[in-house]
Ligand binder design. Structure first.
Ligand code: AMP
Length: 362
């Protein structure tokens, strides 16, 4: 069986690698001929609006999926007229727009921070609706903290609205969260659902740095199950949330495999990548049970000495074959241990290696 993946970044690369043991071939489609997944699987390089190239790409595929949510909607719809596209273009449409996303989440009873679309001619109305401090975000194409800023005063709010023109914007109440978490779920074509344990995420400068997952962590299953079932969704979904006291507020949905699920490659019985392929291929899902206490550390911008990482017990290194560049995700490390204390000690050791490396670089 061959599955087509739109996008050839590290997520496509890890999907391709997960396909090999199952005998599932992955072929990739990315406008960039240098996309890093092309190092491990065949890659067609053409623009997303090259309809002839897309039609050829569709030939012989069991289904099509995507590894990033900014695939143009028209591209997904064009392919969906020819063959199954999972998750459906409807999911893409909702989750590539922060306004449609939050309206949809609220409509199925999943709470979010207060939000309002910003009409630049009457931006006061949005400010009144969400109050200060607030976060101004572009509705589309934001990632890793790009296309957003926090306003503490009215002046800062107007300055942000001005700065992001001419893009469509949304204002959100700033949430003084206790922690950020994500719940990753998967739904098969049969309707079978599985949810991985809840993951605690630590960001810096808007970029995910560390994810932590405990063997006894319980997922917030009801929200994810509702999300999956209400869309008749097929594949992996990630729901990012803010925890404030006992309450969870949804921040963002990724209709794809997600960075905060990379730990599942070594840390769960079945990885998110394998389960995504199983789900869209019409196969039974694998167990999502965790194997011990895990941490995932992203490698961002610079590469630490490989020997120093591999000397850390139970450290699993993943390099994406991307050239190091400031702010760029070029790999990750998964740590696995039998107890939380051991896991935390390994994490400190790993973070020290990264600090030493950035000091040596600096
Ligand atoms: P996003 O691109 O929406 O995932 O935002 C990137 C990061 O900015 C999040 O992981 C949070 O750390 C922070 N952030 C985004 N929205 C809010 C909010 N409404 N309140 C507080 N922090 C936020």
């Amino acid at each position: 069986m061959t599955i087509g993946v739109l996008g050839g970044g590290q997520l496509g690369r890890m999907l391709a690698l997960a396909g090999y043991p199952l005998g599932i071939r992955v072929e990739l489609y990315d406008p960039s001929p240098d996309a890093c997944a092309g190092q491990v699987a065949p890659l067609i390089s053409a623009p997303f609006d090259d309809w002839d190239a897309l039609a050829r790409f569709a030939q012989g595929k069991a289904c099509i999926t995507y590894e990033f949510e900014n695939v143009p909607l028209e591209t997904a719809r064009f392919l969906a007229q020819r063959m199954p596209v999972y998750p459906t273009p409807r999911a893409l449409e909702l989750f590539q727009d922060r306004l449609l996303e939050k309206q949809f989440l609220n409509s199925i009873g999943i709470p979010t921070p207060a939000f309002a679309p910003i009409d630049p001619a009457q931006s006061d109305a949005a400010l009144q609706a969400v109050g200060l401090p607030c976060v101004v975000k572009t509705r589309r194409f934001g990632y890793d903290g790009k296309g957003q800023g926090v306003a503490h005063t009215r002046e800062e709010f107007y300055a942000l609205v001005e700065r992001f023109q001419p893009y469509a914007l949304i204002a959100e109440a700033f949430v003084p969260f206790d922690r950020e978490v994500s719940a990753i779920g998967v739904r098969a074509r049969t309707g079978e659902v599985a949810i991985y344990p809840l993951v605690e995420n630590h960001h810096r400068e808007g970029i995910l740095r560390v994810s932590l997952v405990d063997a006894e962590a319980r997922a917030e299953t009801s929200y994810v199950v509702r999300l999956l079932e209400s869309l008749d969704y097929v594949g992996v979904v990630a729901l990012e949330m803010f925890q404030v006291g006992g309450q969870l507020l949804a921040n963002e949905v990724a209709p794809r495999v997600h960075n905060s699920g990379h730990w599942t490659i070594e840390g769960a019985e079945t990885s998110q990548f394998e389960n995504h392929l199983r789900a869209i291929a019409g196969l039974p899902l694998g167990s999502v049970a965790p194997r011990g206490y895990c941490a995932m550390v992203n490698l961002i911008g610079t590469l630490p000495p490989i020997e120093a990482v591999l000397r850390i017990p139970n450290a699993h290194l993943h390099l994406y074959g991307k050239a190091p560049r400031p702010g760029r995700k070029i790999g990750h490390i998964t740590l696995r241990a039998d107890t939380r204390e051991q896991r935390d000690a390994l994490l400190q050791q790993t973070l020290q290696v990264l600090r030493d490396c950035s000091r040596a670089d600096g």
